[in-house]
Design a protein around this ligand. Structure first.
Ligand SMILES: [Zn+2]
Length: 422
């Protein structure tokens, strides 16, 4: 008798607590985290973009492997994994320990692990539903008895489904496995499992493409990707609907070609008008395909990356800017209030508390450097959230004043250690 067994890289334990699996995943991820530590320090090394891709490519996969199996595990197990991600975020941003996790997630655009687990579970449930004879299909359909139950894949995914109900289409098309047409014609009756390809084209997209092809709006430059899709669909004959339409049009002798849009070509303007009218009409509500559903679920869980010149800075500049933005830096106010390592929060000038605003805007000790770098009064917003040039100026100001925003002096390091040991 074995208490645990690993199958396809997932460790199953006797009571399905997933503890062993999650612990070994955490250990693996932590080992990989060391790669990131070797790549950058606070003031040197790779920038946020590089570190982020190292994290997403080398560390995070360990934290997520098989998550749709074990995502029902206890919260405390999940938290062990979340901690690894938080550490990685701190390495990526070069932030101090006290910095809030939400701020680091925001700037790096790395979603929480729980959000990603939810997304994966929902996709998995959708897949079960769209596979014609998967044993999970019926189980997912059954109504729950309403009794108190241990959390299970079915219950959890159902709850997630309800949570996002208004954004999700009602029906998923079954995944149909069809044989590839031209493979059949080459060697008749000898289609084996390898030549059978899953046909995963989206139905809503299909009708869109057909309408486009018929009205010849593929000539509109505004949507190059869609045009490309239309041409691709035409050339590989993947959409039977489109093929039929083109066939019925063949009696009219159709020619498909690229021409510039909106420059007074009568036929083109007409086609454009027709297409617009068609788009305004009631669209039949089709069940969406699995791939389309997957895209929808993913978009529910992803936030687009914010445009920010922060991402173009070098490592030392990024650290300085992020620390000034969050207020978690080595200026006296933070060291006194949060880190509790120095006796006073006053600026050496003695006029005010030393925080980001006082340091950047008013402190008289740095007047000369400030005037040298900014020849006219600049708002703090511009200095911290402005263009690439603005941010670089701020970073240069920090370096030239010799103020410790991110670098530790030996004296301070000693005092920090004392504080931690206590
Ligand atoms: Zn001052």
């Amino acid at each position: 008798m074995e208490d645990q067994q690993t199958y396809l890289g997932v460790t199953f334990d006797k009571r399905l607590t997933w503890k062993q699996h999650i612990m070994s995943a955490e250990a693996k991820a932590r080992r990989k985290l060391n790669i990131m530590r070797k790549l950058a320090g606070t003031n040197w090394g790779a920038n946020e973009k590089v570190l982020k891709s190292v994290y997403e490519g080398n560390v995070r996969p360990h934290l997520e492997y098989g998550s749709s199996a074990w995502f029902t595990a206890a919260k405390s197990h999940h938290q062990a994994l979340d901690k690894v991600q938080n550490q990685a975020l701190r390495i990526i941003t070069g932030a101090m320990k006290s910095t809030s996790i939400a701020r680091m997630e925001e700037i790096t655009n790395i979603p929480t692990l729980s959000k990603r687990r939810e997304c994966k579970a929902m996709i998995q449930a959708t897949k079960y539903k769209s596979l014609p004879d998967h044993p999970m299909k019926e189980i997912l359909k059954q109504l729950s008895s309403g009794r108190l139950k241990k959390s299970s894949f079915t219950l959890e995914t159902r709850a997630l489904q309800r949570k996002h109900q208004e954004h999700l289409p009602n029906q998923v098309q079954p995944i149909v496995f069809e044989t590839n047409d031209h493979l059949c014609t080459e060697k008749e009756d000898s289609v084996d499992i390898q030549t059978a390809v899953p046909l995963l084209s989206a139905k809503n997209e299909q009708s869109e493409i057909v309408r486009k092809a018929v009205t010849m709006t593929m000539l509109d430059e505004k949507y190059p990707s869609e045009n490309w899709k239309v041409l691709q669909a035409l050339s590989n004959n993947k959409l039977p609907q489109l093929e039929r339409t083109i066939y019925s049009l063949k009696s009219l002798k159709t020619v498909v070609q690229w021409i510039p849009s909106h420059c007074g070509i009568i036929g083109n303007e007409k086609a454009d008008k027709l297409a617009n009218e068609g788009a305004k009409q009631d669209q039949e509500e089709n069940a969406v395909s699995f791939t389309e559903m997957k895209t929808i679920i993913k978009s529910l869980h992803n936030t687009p990356q914010q445009q920010d010149s922060y991402h173009q800075l070098s490592r030392p500049e990024q650290t300085i800017i992020f620390r000034l933005r969050t207020g978690h830096n080595r200026l006296n106010q933070h060291l006194y209030r949060v880190m509790k390592v120095i006796p006073s929060l006053m600026c050496p000038c003695g006029e005010a508390e030393q925080n980001t605003e006082h340091f950047l805007q008013t402190c008289k000790l740095h007047l000369a450097q400030r005037q040298k770098i900014w020849d006219q009064p600049t708002s703090i917003k511009e200095k911290l959230f402005g263009s690439l040039e603005d941010l670089q100026k701020t970073a240069r100001f920090v370096v030239e004043t010799g103020t410790q925003v991110s670098r530790r002096t030996t004296r301070r390091r000693r005092s920090v250690n004392v504080a931690f040991h206590r």
